[in-house]
Write a protein that binds this ligand. Structure first.
Ligand SMILES: C[S@@+](CC[C@H](N)C(=O)[O-])C[C@H]1O[C@@H](n2cnc3c(N)ncnc32)[C@H](O)[C@@H]1O
Length: 251
């Protein structure tokens, strides 16, 4: 049986508007829950961590809520994305016109915490968020490092190959400096997904696989198993929250 590898998927045909329609235009309770958990994690971490730091969202795609969750803690946020249509979508979101109102419900959830209420998100996103077309796998050697990171539905949703899943997680973690808070989300037991007219690969993960992949990089890790289905073909979502620990030998 052949496995769909990352380089085989039709990334250049990814349709960001169809993706937003399917996943975010009508906010799902599970995403709002993820936003709250991430907001509280970052708020706790930065209570004793100097900031602002530089943040990165890896494989940002057509999702702005990880970037919004980083705004109060950062002086720069990089959205790294491989698919050209998503790069264009993101550039429009951070252009002077401001991001689409579809992202307001997520910001409203963040605003329940005081650090977020102090921020004017459209203005700040336009000032500090930058989009870069790039490949997650190029982060492998840790030449570039960030003080805060997110990776949502990427390492598990880019290939069917187990080695590429582990490599994706490793590349994300190697891009984080010592002590950097992070949030990473995964579709549980996903068998792949369709966006518009195209099919995209996934690697089936469960809580143990996610824990095993992250454990070499962090001693502070909590995994939330969120039993919400957004479509047939997966069994919920996993949210990993932690801090990078570079005392642990980098594999
Ligand atoms: C399921 S989408 C997730 C998008 C978004 N992060 C979210 O939370 O909805 C997977 C994303 O990974 C991106 N991607 C796939 N391969 C990549 C690679 N090698 N480097 C960086 N991004 C990649 C895709 O273009 C797509 O935006």
């Amino acid at each position: 049986m052949t496995m769909d590898r990352n380089a085989d998927a039709p990334w250049s045909k990814f349709d960001p508007e169809a993706y937003v329609d399917d996943n975010y235009r009508t906010p799902l309770e599970v995403d709002l829950l993820i936003v709250r958990l991430m907001r509280d994690h970052f708020t706790r971490c930065f209570a004793d961590t100097p900031h602002p730091v530089r943040g990165i969202d890896v494989g940002a795609g057509a999702n702005l809520y990880p970037a919004l969750s980083m705004l109060p803690w950062c002086d720069k946020v990089l959205l790294l994305e491989y698919a050209h249509p998503n790069v264009e979508y993101l550039e429009k979101q951070v252009s002077p016109g401001g991001y689409d109102t579809a992202w307001d419900p997520f910001w409203n959830e963040l605003c329940e915490a005081p650090a977020y209420r102090a921020v004017e998100p459209r203005e700040l996103a336009g000032e500090i968020v930058r989009v870069e077309r790039g490949n997650l796998f190029d982060l492998e050697h840790g030449h570039r490092r960030w003080g805060l990171g997110t990776m949502f539905f990427v390492a598990d949703s880019m290939s069917e190959c187990p080695e590429e899943f582990r490599r994706g997680v490793r590349c994300f973690m190697n891009a984080l400096g010592d002590g950097a808070p992070f949030a990473a989300a995964f579709m549980k037991e996903s068998v792949g997904y369709r966006v518009g007219a195209h099919d995209y690969p996934a690697y089936r993960v469960n809580e143990d696989r996610v824990r095993e992949s992250l454990a070499p990089f962090t001693r502070e890790l909590e995994i939330h198993d969120l039993h919400h289905m957004v479509r047939p073909g997966h069994e919920g979502m996993l949210l990993a929250l932690g801090r990078r620990d570079s005392e642990i030998a980098t594999p």
